[in-house]
Each structure stands twice: as structure tokens, then as C-alpha cells.
Design a protein around this ligand. Structure first.
Ligand code: PLP
Length: 471
């Protein structure tokens, strides 16, 4: 029976959602055991066929049994992030607090763009960015906001930086040739942001870096001077904390010193690595952050929040307050600036994603979040220690985070072919990255089920599959 206001009825909802949840839990158990392949490489047309997307989108008619079967196939064709061999990308395997937060949100469908639409949603959002702000060390002076992803986070920070360089830029557009200084290893979202802001993607000027892509601090002053001589106005320098490809941190303290001297905004892209702030053992990697102006921090990476959950934090309240203020008198009142999520970001309608962070803190404790960071960073280090002793493996540097890059020497210039073989083999899922000119295999230790024995197995699988590569 249909229910007024809810179709199917509420009892149906409970039964259906319960059956789907059972199926999802089975998938997690399978993933954790490592018995299924970690990633499927089926082409999209085959996936579409196996999911019967043609039938379901044309004819509808899915009943409860079909639904459960559909979800099973859907899970089975995807990557298993809880698998011990999941080493590819920096998306965290889901955890209970985030799952529950999203379940609550999917039922309520809240959107606190203004406070009155969802007071508790606005409250958890503010509590979440205030917690991040305090961890950044800017609790007294600063402010922050939540947004969907580090890419949008970097855009927001750079728009704020532009606002400091030229207060009128929000209304009147860019005056002069504005540029952003960043390492070539800086995340590509910086170029997207620059393009969107009218600087052009090439408005991100590459800074000189060492062989591992870290900004050479001593060379920055001459780069700033050179840009100014060319008639450009640098609005910000972006540091990696850590770089997506290598997992290495820039010298934040050194860069903060140079930026202060040259009155340049320092933005720290900590999308991946800012979570080191919760760890007593790894916080030192973020030393110098106190001298930066803004920070992007993805909770969906090392805090295990669902995608996408990002904090954008500012050392000084004035850098950000009012940035997104719009003349929508039917919605916004200036006195609610700190309280209406919709006055604090690029999005308009937006879910209260702070609930994911608040529940993670409440259920895991900050200590629990730190334990995950420590465990995964330690694991990458242990993998480095063991693989560099394993014949054939070449490791260009000691890892600082949970990202580890390596080459398998005997595979020569066929590292990418080797990666494909490894991923097709089903036991491991790796990504790759270019360091200098050389392709490397890249492992991001994200799964809490990966252990030291998996690292040994990775070494053995790599050698076995590399042998199969030889013509
Ligand atoms: C992941 C990442 C981004 C992009 O973040 P999204 O949340 O994927 O938009 C930006 N910068 C760095 C350094 C990253 O690691």
C-alpha cells in the first residue's frame, strides 16, 4: 500500500532499506576478506549490460528482490575499498559514523542554506569547521567553511586570496594580470580554479622544485620578483601538504617566511595531508601552518568521511567573512553570516556535511581518528623498509605519508603495463605517477585491512607479473 507522502509505504521503506543494508554489509565482509578481486576492469558497455540499465531505465518495474540483486551486482562490479589490496587512490574506505550520517541525511534531505531550514544541520556544520579550525591552530583569529571537495576548496581559498589582493575584484572582475604560484606537482584543481577565476589555467606559474617536486624555498623570492617584473600580480603561493602524487610535504615554515616577507598569501593545499594535524606523531609535518593564510583539508581522505567533505580554513576572519555575501534579501541577513551555511560557500543548496565529521569525532574520538592516520602512515613506512630490501624494487624516497612510490627495475619502461597486469590480476589495485620523467607505481595505503603480510604479497605479485611481461 502506498503511504500519503511516501511511496512506497513506510513499512516497505524499512523492509527494503533493511534488505539493501544486509546486502551492503555482505559486500563489506567480502571486501575485507580479500577473497573478491579488488577492482573490476570491465568496460562500460559490459557493466551497463550486467546491470540491465537499458531495461530498468526504459521499463522500470523493479521489485524488492530485483533491487537487492541490482545492488549486489552494482557492488560486485565496483572497486572494493575495504579490500587489503586497495592501494590505488586517496578515497577512504567508509566507516560507520559517516555511513550513519549519510543515512540520516538521505532520509531527512536537509539543506541548511539558511539557518531556519535546518538549525541542527547549521549547528553541526559550524561545529565541524570550528573543530578543524582549532586543529589548524586558528581557533581564536580565524574562520572557516565546509564544501564539496578539495577542488572547490582550493577555488574558494584562491577567491579569498584575490579578494585580499584587490577588494573590488568580486564585483568588478580582475584588474591586471593576476597569477598564482605553485609547484608543477600542485593539484590540477589549481589550474581549474585559475581558469574559472579568469586568470587562465596558465595563470598558475610553476615554481622551481627539487627532483621530487618539492618547492625550492630559496628560489621563491626571485620568482616573485620575476613575475612582478613581467607585470604580473601574484595573489597567492600554494604549498603541497602533501603532494597528491608523491605524498611529500613542502617546507611550510620556510614558505610562510618568504610569503610574509613579500606580502603574499600562502595557501596550504592539505587536502590529503592536513589530517596529520590530529596525530601527535605526524603533526610536525604541518609545522609552519601557523604562518599560512588558508588551508584546504579533505575529511573524505584521512578522516574517513564520505565523499565529499572538505574544510576550508582561514587564519584571519577578515580574509573570508562576507566573501560570498549576496544581495538576496529574501534569504540572507548579514547578522546570520556565521550561521547560514549558504553565506559561506559557493554552493547554494547544500547538505549539512558537518554531521559526518561530528559523528566521527563523537563515535571514534579524536584519538580514533589519529590512530587511523598513524597506522596508515606507519604502514607505508614499513612497506618502504621492506620493499627496498626486496630485489628489483627501486624506491626514490622515504615516504612521509601513506603514499609510497616505487619502480620494479626489471620491468624497465613498462611500469604502466605492469600496473595494468597487477590490477587485472585481482589481488591489488595500484595507481601510477610520473616523477620527473619516469613512470612509477604508486600505493596509497588507505584500507585499514591492509597489513604487513599484504606488502610482502604485493612484492611477490609484482615480481611474478613482471616476469610475465617479458616478450
Ligand atoms: C585530493 C586532492 C585534491 C582534490 O580534492 P577533491 O576532494 O578530490 O576535489 C586537491 N589537492 C590535493 C593535494 C589532493 O590530494
Amino acid at each position: 500500500m502506498g503511504d500519503p507522502g511516501m511511496d512506497p509505504g513506510l513499512d516497505d521503506l524499512r523492509d527494503t532499506a533493511g534488505a539493501v543494508l544486509d546486502e551492503l554489509v555482505r559486500f563489506l565482509a567480502d571486501s575485507r576478506s580479500g577473497e573478491r578481486p579488488v577492482v573490476s576492469t570491465a568496460p562500460i558497455d559490459e557493466v551497463e549490460k550486467l546491470l540491465e540499465l537499458g531495461r530498468w531505465t526504459r521499463e522500470g518495474g523493479m521489485d524488492a528482490e530485483d533491487l537487492v540483486r541490482f545492488v549486489r551486482t552494482y557492488c560486485g562490479l565496483g572497486a572494493a575499498y575495504h579490500h587489503p589490496g586497495y592501494l590505488a587512490h586517496q578515497i577512504a574506505p567508509s566507516d560507520t559514523p559517516g555511513i550513519v550520517a549519510d543515512l540520516v541525511q538521505s532520509v531527512l534531505n536537509n539543506a541548511p542554506l539558511i539557518y531556519e531550514l535546518t538549525p541542527p544541520g547549521a549547528a553541526v556544520d559550524r561545529a565541524a569547521w570550528r573543530w578543524m579550525l582549532a586543529r589548524a591552530g586558528w581557533g581564536e583569529s580565524g574562520t572557516g567553511t565546509l564544501t564539496h571537495g578539495g577542488s572547490l576548496g582550493n577555488l574558494i581559498a584562491l577567491v579569498a586570496a584575490r579578494g585580499r589582493a584587490d577588494e573590488d575584484s568580486w564585483r568588478r572582475g580582475n584588474r591586471g594580470r593576476l597569477v598564482v604560484l605553485a609547484a608543477p606537482s600542485g593539484h590540477y584543481s589549481l589550474r581549474k580554479a585559475a581558469a574559472v577565476m579568469g586568470l587562465g589555467a596558465d595563470g598558475v606559474r610553476p615554481l622551481p622544485v627539487d627532483a621530487l617536486g618539492r618547492i625550492l624555498v630559496d628560489r621563491v623570492p626571485e620568482e616573485i620578483a620575476a613575475a612582478r617584473r613581467r607585470g604580473e600580480r601574484p595573489i597567492a603561493l600554494v604549498a603541497n601538504a602533501c603532494a597528491t602524487g608523491t605524498g611529500l610535504y613542502d617546507d611550510l615554515a620556510g614558505l610562510a617566511g618568504v610569503c610574509r616577507e613579500h606580502a603574499l598569501w600562502l595557501h596550504v593545499d592539505g587536502a590529503h595531508g592536513a589530517s596529520a594535524l590530529v596525530s601527535d606523531r605526524y603533526r610536525h609535518l604541518m609545522a609552519g601552518l601557523e604562518g599560512a593564510d588558508s588551508l584546504t583539508w579533505d575529511a573524505h581522505k584521512m578522516l574517513r568521511a564520505p565523499v565529499l567533505t572538505t574544510g576550508v580554513l582561514f587564519r584571519e576572519r577578515e580574509s573570508f567573512d562576507g566573501l560570498f555575501e549576496q544581495d538576496a534579501s529574501y534569504l540572507f541577513e548579514p547578522r546570520m553570516r556565521d550561521v547560514d551555511p549558504g553565506q559561506r560557500t559557493f554552493e547554494t543548496t547544500k547538505p549539512p556535511i558537518g554531521l559526518r565529521i561530528v559523528l566521527a569525532l563523537a563515535m571514534r574520538g579524536e584519538r580514533g581518528l589519529a590512530e587511523y592516520v598513524d597506522r596508515q602512515y606507519d604502514l607505508a613506512h614499513r612497506a618502504w623498509e621492506s620493499l627496498r630490501e626486496t630485489p628489483g624494487f627501486e624506491l626514490p624516497y622515504e615516504p612521509e605519508s601513506n603514499v609510497l612510490c616505487f619502480r620494479y627495475g626489471p620491468a624497465g619502461d613498462r611500469q604502466l603495463d605492469l600496473r595494468r597486469l597487477i590490477n587485472e590480476d585481482g589481488g591489488f589495485y595500484l595507481s601510477s605517477v610520473r616523477i620527473g620523467e619516469a613512470a612509477h607505481l604508486r600505493a596509497a595505503f588507505m584500507s585499514p585491512t591492509t597489513g604487513a603480510e599484504d606488502v610482502d604479497a604485493l612484492g611477490a605479485a609484482t615480481a611474478r607479473l613482471a616476469a610475465a611481461l617479458r616478450p
